[in-house]
Design a protein around this ligand. Structure first.
Ligand code: ADP
Ligand code: MG
Length: 350
């Protein structure tokens, strides 16, 4: 898998250079910065703590969560075991994988299938990150579409036992919520650490802000300009305490064929890259899994239906459309500042 080393968004705004760890005086909390790879992406962390550096532990935790529960590549992960059993007897599953699946299936239902955790085979067919990506054969797309669909997953929890039945040919892929789950697990670790005071952690396009900065100022989370260079900002969110910010866009993983852009977020109805008029969606929900899943789902749904879905989750969002119009939900209107030129901000349609 190719991994792009990009300057992490969260640090762009503050201009902090990443490097080793720096410790300040005894009374002040130490500042721990770390940039590494986990969950197939760049993980950038800043933690303010009176105690030890936990950034390495968090990076390790993210890798473990991926390998133990989420990875479809790993045959012995929770998801890997379910996929192995497709078309056979139900798979016995650990509680954590079951919890991720329950929340994912609920989002699949609420989004009318725009978020669909069974897009794995189609994602692999499109393989937009391969050396020579190209539009797949129409027949092959249709064949895999028939075998996918979240209605092909059945969950069953009884007497403390969890079982998942998956229909033949179907394959689960939680790629659209994995980084958000990473943020949830990082927050849970910080919660248990009595010395940690504040943290901002970016797992690729999913960012967690947690606690407070020692100087009392708010967290700044930058959102990338979907049509700019890697370091260009669309704008900045000013946030307090524990928030989850996930962004999905057509600019991260894509290829161009015959002048048309083909990206990695698929419309589960069509089997082709979603084309509902949006180029970037940022979502802020109650946890990382939901925020990450919402950003993907709303991208597929487009402005109006995406806005309705955000309401179901009491979530906030920033949508950018193909005409460079930036729609900001009411709850973010005072804390989002547009930085890029060429865009105009609008309130969300009611
Ligand atoms: P990223 O993983 O780049 O942060 P997303 O969170 O939007 O972006 O997730 C996109 C990934 O989710 C794809 O690479 C694919 O594995 C999977 N996927 C693609 N389309 C869908 C969809 N409609 N519903 C659920 N998962 C999807
Ligand atoms: Mg997502």
């Amino acid at each position: 898998m190719k991994i792009k080393f990009t300057l992490p968004l969260i640090f762009l705004t503050t201009g902090i250079l990443l490097g080793g760890c720096s410790k300040s005086s005894a009374k002040e909390p130490a500042v721990y910065d770390n940039s590494g790879i986990a969950m197939g992406t760049v993980v950038s962390q800043r933690i303010y703590s009176q105690g030890e550096d936990k950034t390495g532990e968090i990076l390790h935790l993210l890798t473990q969560v991926e390998q133990q529960y989420l990875s479809w590549r790993q045959e012995d992960s929770g998801i890997g075991q379910i996929n192995q059993q497709a078309g056979k007897a139900p798979a016995a599953v650990d509680g954590q994988t079951m919890d991720y699946l329950k929340e994912s299936l609920s989002l699949a239902e609420k989004s009318g299938g725009a978020f669909d955790p069974t897009m794995g085979k189609l994602t692999r067919l499109w393989d937009v990150e391969s050396e020579n990506p190209r539009v797949p054969d129409e027949e092959e797309i249709q064949r895999l579409l028939k075998e996918s669909g979240f209605d092909k997953i059945q969950l069953n929890s009884q007497d403390g036992q969890n079982q998942v039945k998956l229909e033949k040919g179907c394959s689960i892929d939680l790629g659209a919520v994995g980084k958000g789950i990473g943020c949830d697990e990082a927050a849970a670790l910080l919660e248990k650490d009595k010395d940690a005071q504040g943290a901002v952690i970016a797992v690729g396009g999913s960012v967690l802000t947690w606690g407070a900065k020692p100087d009392g100022t708010d967290w700044k989370v930058a959102i990338r300009d979907p049509r700019g260079e890697q370091e260009d900002l669309l704008g900045v969110l000013t946030l307090k305490g524990e928030r989850y910010v996930s962004t999905s866009g057509d600019y991260e993983k894509y290829f161009i064929q015959d002048g048309k852009r083909y990206h990695h977020i698929l419309d589960p109805d069509a089997g082709y890259p979603a084309d509902a008029g949006l180029i970037s969606v940022t979502a802020l929900g109650e946890n990382g899994l939901i925020s990450d899943g919402l950003s993907t789902a709303c991208f597929v749904l487009g402005l109006k239906k995406g806005a309705d879905l955000l309401k179901k989750y009491n979530a906030e969002g920033i949508f950018v459309d193909q005409k460079n119009q930036v729609y900001v939900t009411e709850g973010l209107s005072d804390i989002f500042s547009l930085e890029a030129s060429g865009y105009i901000v609008f309130p969300f349609p009611s």
